[in-house]
Design a protein around this ligand. Structure first.
Ligand code: SF4
Ligand code: FE
Length: 483
């Protein structure tokens, strides 16, 4: 089929029979419910931009399987140029949404599975890669949105999957027959899953021999029998249910991706959709590939989000009449510096990418993990500087209803005004945007999205090649290496 646009994407979601709960109720249609609109709008934009002549070159690619024009979000990276285009596209789209548009998680899962299934087949003589290529072709041809489903609930973090008191703390295979497998468990923090067509399940960490049932990778439709999604809360999410848009800050695209707890209650998956089943030695490799691809992204999308925060902060300084103050200008420079440092890291890990045995390109994992580690710090600092410059009004301002109230509206109008040239409503709108983009949920996403800081530090240490660095130092210090 032809590349979807946003409307065709929305209609395709209507056709799904997806079981979603939010605020204790089953949602009839996520496409028509205000709670889900921002996330759906952000994802829909990724489909629309494939048809926009100004963005098409970045947002589409040529399938290496079929030669057809496809969404870049379903493409397998064929060069460092593809890896660089990925980062540029993410920054471009995030600058338009100011929030997460969710499609990268599944994209990274596609690339990780593509590379690892190839290596498994080479070493084990299995046929996972051919299966995976057929699945990938189906995704590319139908321009589907895939949720990358990695994170398990994990229960007692000190115990491996097989030692957990409750065996469902990690997704595992509970039955097998000649047609397929049955899986049980849950995936947590699932970005964009309630408005995705498919989910690509992967193990969440390296596993040992006794964890064989937990070493499972497979794909299934998000509305498969036995799948239930429970939508997560976000800061100020009930503002979406109110009349008016000002108090939401970014009514069109929201804050972050819209995450859910996804329950898998004895779900059947046919063999043609199973890409790992018991090969526990490859669980760690799959996790590392996926994590590095996803950490590559964060200097792209978060740089785009930060572009908007810097713009909003500069505008707030102007509304407040403080734009010319030298300390304000210096703080804005610092925000730009931090943003561009993040972007540099993502571009660098892409330039330093290399082909895997499958031919698909992989990022430099040390640099990709460094970028994400920087995100866990720099986004907080960017938010702090934005709060410093924007002022406290975003935390104390009355509501849109008060601004437009017959009796008291004139007071809000008068006392929340900054410079004379700018209407109060503009200043309030901008303050709400800053509040939305620098508040609770957005910050936590920067910390834990694509893995918690410690997960990056483990990979940084593994990639650091300290032995080589010691050799360099010993040579200069005149210390002879022992044979
Ligand atoms: Fe993509 Fe960024 Fe959202 Fe992750 S947080 S899915 S990289 S936009
Ligand atoms: Fe994320």
């Amino acid at each position: 089929m032809a590349l979807r646009d946003g409307n065709s994407y929305r209609e395709s979601l209507r056709a799904l029979n997806i079981k979603v709960y939010a605020f204790g109720e089953k949602i009839d249609s996520i496409v028509d419910h205000p709670l889900f609109q921002p996330h759906i709008n952000a994802a829909a934009l990724t489909f629309d931009l494939a048809h926009d002549p100004t963005t098409e070159a970045l947002v589409t690619a040529t399938s290496h399987l079929t030669g057809s024009k496809i969404s870049r979000f379903t493409h397998i990276h064929q060069s460092t140029d593809d890896l660089i285009k990925k980062v540029k596209m993410l920054r471009l789209i995030a600058g338009k949404t100011g929030s997460c548009y969710q499609r990268c998680v599944g994209w990274d899962a596609l690339n990780a599975n593509y590379t690892v299934t190839y290596e498994m087949d080479q070493e084990l003589g299995t046929d996972y890669h051919q299966r995976f290529r057929r699945y990938l072709e189906y995704i590319q041809d139908n321009d589907l949105m895939v949720a990358g489903a990695m994170t398990d609930p994990k229960g007692d973090r000190g115990l491996p999957p097989a030692k957990q008191k409750d065996p469902d703390m990690f997704v595992h295979v509970v039955a097998k027959n000649d047609k397929g497998i049955v899986i049980r468990g849950a995936k947590v923090h699932q970005t964009g899953i309630v408005n995705s067509h498919e989910m690509l399940i992967m193990p969440t960490m390296a596993m040992g021999e006794e964890d064989g049932d937990y070493a499972v990778a497979c794909a299934l439709p998000t509305d498969s029998p036995g799948v239930i999604h429970i939508f997560g809360r976000q800061t100020n999410d009930t503002r979406r249910l109110e009349k008016g848009d000002l108090d939401q800050g970014n009514a069109e695209y929201g804050t972050v991706g819209g995450e859910a707890l996804t329950i898998l209650e004895d779900v059947f998956v046919p063999w043609e959709r199973v890409f790992m089943c018991g090969e526990y030695k490859y669980a760690g490799l799959l996790v590392e590939r996926f994590a590095s691809y996803h950490r590559q992204n964060y200097g792209g999308c978060k740089a785009g989000v930060s572009d908007v925060i810097i713009g909003a902060t500069t505008a707030m300084a102007e509304y407040n009449g403080a734009a010319k103050a030298s300390h304000v200008r210096d703080k804005i420079v610092e925000m730009v510096h931090l943003t561009e440092t993040l972007y540099c890291g993502s571009i660098a890990c892409s330039c330093e990418g290399a082909p895997t045995p499958s031919g698909a390109y992989f990022v430099n994992p040390l640099l990709a993990n460094t970028v994400k580690q920087n995100v866990t710090r720099f986004i907080y600092e960017i938010a702090r500087l934005s709060h410093d410059i924007s002022g406290g009004c975003m935390a104390t301002m009355p509501s849109e209803k008060d601004l437009h109230h017959d009796e008291i509206g004139k007071y809000v109008e008068k006392y929340f005004r900054g410079v004379d040239e700018a209407p109060t409503e503009e200043r309030m709108r901008m303050a709400r945007l800053v509040e939305n983009m620098t508040g609770g949920t957005a910050l936590v996403e920067s910390m834990h999205g694509a893995g918690s800081p410690q997960a990056q530090r483990v990979m940084i240490l593994r990639q650091a090649n300290l032995g080589h660095k010691v050799k360099l130092a010993k040579k200069l210090a005149g210390i002879k290496e022992e044979k």
